[in-house]
Design a binder for this molecule. Sequence first.
Ligand SMILES: [Zn+2]
Ligand SMILES: [Zn+2]
Length: 243
Amino acid sequence: MLKIILLGLLASLAELFGGIVVVRGKKWLGKIQEYLLALSAGFLLALVFFELIPESIKSVGAISSLYILIGFSLLHFFEHTIVGHLHFGEETHQHEIVKPFAGISAVTGLAIHAFFDGLSISSAMLFNEQIGILVFIAVLLHKFPEGLTVASITLAANRPTQHAIFAAAGLAIATFLGIVAVFFFSNINENFVGIAFAFSAGAATYVGASDLIPEINRSHNRVTPLVVFGGMILFYVSTLLLK
Ligand SMILES: [Zn+2]
Ligand SMILES: [Zn+2]
């Protein structure tokens, strides 16, 4: 349990750090975010196809398909259906964000996403520490860009820099709440974990393929899309190291 809380704290701190970087205006750190998004996308997708989907089918069988689709749809709903304008990376479309509630709804969508990040780490850790660490790496890689995203949304909404830090801190807290939420489920059996894995697989597919890859493809830096394959290789190396 202590290990899970520690991993949760690390992920939350990375998120807060992303927010601080935006407020301090550190440009070179902001540039790293693109590579981190690409690494994270490749890692996430490899994790989904090699670990999360096979494990959930092993635990609950064919019904896992339903939970994969639910995980995917829930993220789509909270990030892009009820939210007007949200994408990863630094927010530069000020005209979109200054619309009433645009900033608030984007931050809320990201907070729900962050909650599921935390929940995925802790439910995987409880079942299998090796998979848990892999999920943690996948989340950690995109936490810094996520903090950067939320802080830049707040700044684009013409709010004071303090609010940008508060927003990043809010996402850090949402991540941590996701980590501890799992401790409130009284019976963590194979069925629960199988469903949690399927749900995480759907959510992670959404984040990797629909939040991160479109951002990477929009970049003018043609190296970034290649880094996605680097993320897949990083996943493979991590599984070897964790064995
Ligand atoms: Zn934008
Ligand atoms: Zn996230």
